[in-house]
Ligand binder design. Structure first.
Ligand code: ADP
Ligand code: MG
Length: 360
C-alpha cells in the first residue's frame, strides 16, 4: 500500500539528508506509528507519501503508483485517496465547519447532493453534530481537530496520514482523537501517524517505525515507543481521570479486538520501517486549500480513469471497503446510490456510529 524503496531525501542547501536509505512497506489496513525526535525525518516521509516532495534517491510507491512517474497533473487525483491531518489543524479560518469539510468535495467537483449528504455524515462520525455553522475559532482545539479529521475522511481515502495530530491538544482530548483515529483504522483505512506521544504508542501496541537523524532504527510489529527520556510523557491528568481512563480503555479494547483477529503478516523481506505520517498539506493536496490549485483540479475532472480500481481486501475477513479509483473522476460519485453509501458505511463504521458521536 505504501512502499519506500531505499529512499533518501536531501533538501537543497543542506549537507545531511533528511532521510537516508529508508526502506519499508505498509500493508493495507495497518496502523503504523512513526516515531523519532524532532528533525528525525517524520514529516519528510509523510510529504513523500503525499507526493508533496520527491526523493533524491530511491522509490516511493503508494497505492501501486510509483510516485516518480506520476505526472504533476495527475497528482490531485492521486491525493484524493489520501487524507491528512496535522498538528495545527489547518482549517480555513473564515469558513464554517460545514464549509471546511465541504471544500475538498467542492474543489474536486462533487455534486451538491453528495456534499449535502456526505458532509453531515462525516461530522456525525467525528462527533460534531450541531456544530456545522461554527467558525473554527468558536471551537475547542479538540473540536477543530475533529473538523480536520472529518475533512480528511469525507472522501473516504484509503490512507489517512496524521502528523502529530495530538501535538496541540491536552491529554484527555488527545485520547479522544486517538480513539477516533483507531476507529477509522478499524474501518479498514490504513493509518500512518507521526507522533511524540509515547503513552499512546506504548498502549496501542501497533507497528512502530523509529527514525533517528533520518535513519530507520527500528520496525517493530507491535512495538512501544522505546526511549522516552527526551520527550514529555503523556498521562491522563488526574482531574480528567474518569473520562480519559474510559476513553483509553475503549482504545485498548478496540486494539485488543483488532489484535485478536488474524492480521496480514508483514513479509520478512519487507519488514522494515513503515510509515511516516502525515505531513504536508494534505489539505493543500487533497483539498486544494490554495485557490490556485482549484482550476487545475477542475480541469482534471473530465479526464477518464487511467488505472484499474484498487481492490481492497482484508486478510482478517472484515468486509472490504469500497475502493476509490486512483484516477476516478469525482463526478462518478454522482452515480452512486447515496443511501447505500454513507460515510460511515464507506468507512466500515456504520454500526458503531453512535459510539463516535450522536446520530441525527
Ligand atoms: P520531523 O518531522 O521528524 O521533525 P522533518 O522531516 O521535518 O523531521 O525534518 C527532517 C530534517 O530535514 C530536519 O533536519 C529539517 O531541518 C530538515 N528539513 C525539513 N524540511 C526541509 C526543507 N524544506 N528544506 C531544508 N531542510 C528541511
Ligand atoms: Mg514533523
Amino acid at each position: 500500500m505504501i512502499r519506500f524503496e531505499h529512499v533518501t531525501k536531501k533538501y537543497r542547501g543542506t549537507k545531511k539528508p533528511a532521510i537516508s536509505d529508508v526502506d519499508f512497506e505498509v500493508q493495507r489496513g495497518e496502523f503504523v506509528f512513526l516515531v523519532g525526535a524532532s528533525g528525525s525525518g517524520k514529516s519528510s516521509c509523510l510529504r513523500l507519501i503525499l507526493r508533496e516532495d520527491t526523493p533524491s534517491d530511491g522509490r516511493v510507491v503508494v497505492l501501486g503508483r510509483d510516485l516518480h512517474t506520476l505526472s504533476t497533473r495527475k497528482v490531485p487525483y492521486f491525493r484524493r485517496n489520501i487524507g491528512a491531518v496535522f498538528q495545527d489543524f489547518r482549517l480555513l479560518p473564515n469558513k464554517t465547519v460545514f464549509q471546511n469539510v465541504a471544500f475538498t468535495l467542492q474543489v474536486t467537483g462533487a455534486s451538491r447532493g453528495f456534499i449535502q449528504q456526505a458532509v453531515p455524515e462525516a461530522l456525525t462520525l467525528v462527533g460534531l453534530d450541531g456544530k456545522q455553522k461554527r467558525l473554527p475559532h468558536e471551537l475547542s482545539g479538540g473540536e477543530q481537530q475533529r473538523v480536520a479529521i472529518a475533512r480528511a475522511i469525507v472522501n473516504r481515502p484509503q490512507i489517512l496520514l496524521a502528523d502529530e495530530p495530538t501535538g496541540n491538544l491536552d491529554p484527555a482530548t488527545s485520547v479522544d482523537i486517538m480513539q477516533l483515529l483507531a476507529r477509522i483504522n478499524e474501518g479498514g483505512t490504513t493509518v500512518v501517524m507521526a507522533t511524540h506521544e509515547a503513552g499512546f504508542v506504548d498502549q496501542m501496541k501497533r507497528r512502530v517505525i523509529e527514525l533517528r537523524d533520518g535513519v530507520m532504527m527500528r520496525d517493530d510489529r507491535r512495538g512501544g515507543y522505546g526511549d522516552t527520556s527526551a520527550i514529555p510523557r503523556l498521562a491522563p491528568q488526574e482531574e480528567k481521570g474518569a473520562a480519559a481512563t474510559a476513553a483509553l480503555s475503549a482504545v485498548l479494547e478496540l486494539q485488543r479486538e483488532i489484535a485478536a483477529s488474524p492480521v496480514e503478516p508483514v513479509p520478512s523481506a519487507v519488514k522494515d520501517a513503515a510509515a511516516e505520517a502525515v505531513s504536508a498539506s494534505a489539505v493543500a493536496a487533497a483539498v486544494a486549500v490554495t485557490p490556485e490549485v482549484a482550476p487545475a483540479v477542475a480541469a482534471d475532472i473530465t479526464e477518464p480513469p487511467e488505472s484499474p480500481p484498487q481492490s481492497p481486501t482484508h486478510a482478517d475477513g472484515r468486509p472490504p471497503t469500497r475502493p476509490i479509483r486512483i484516477d476516478a473522476p469525482i463526478v462518478q460519485l454522482d452515480g452512486l446510490e447515496l443511501d447505500d453509501l454513507t460515510v460511515a458505511e464507506r468507512l466500515g463504521l456504520a454500526s458503531d456510529e453512535d459510539e463516535v458521536g450522536p446520530t441525527s
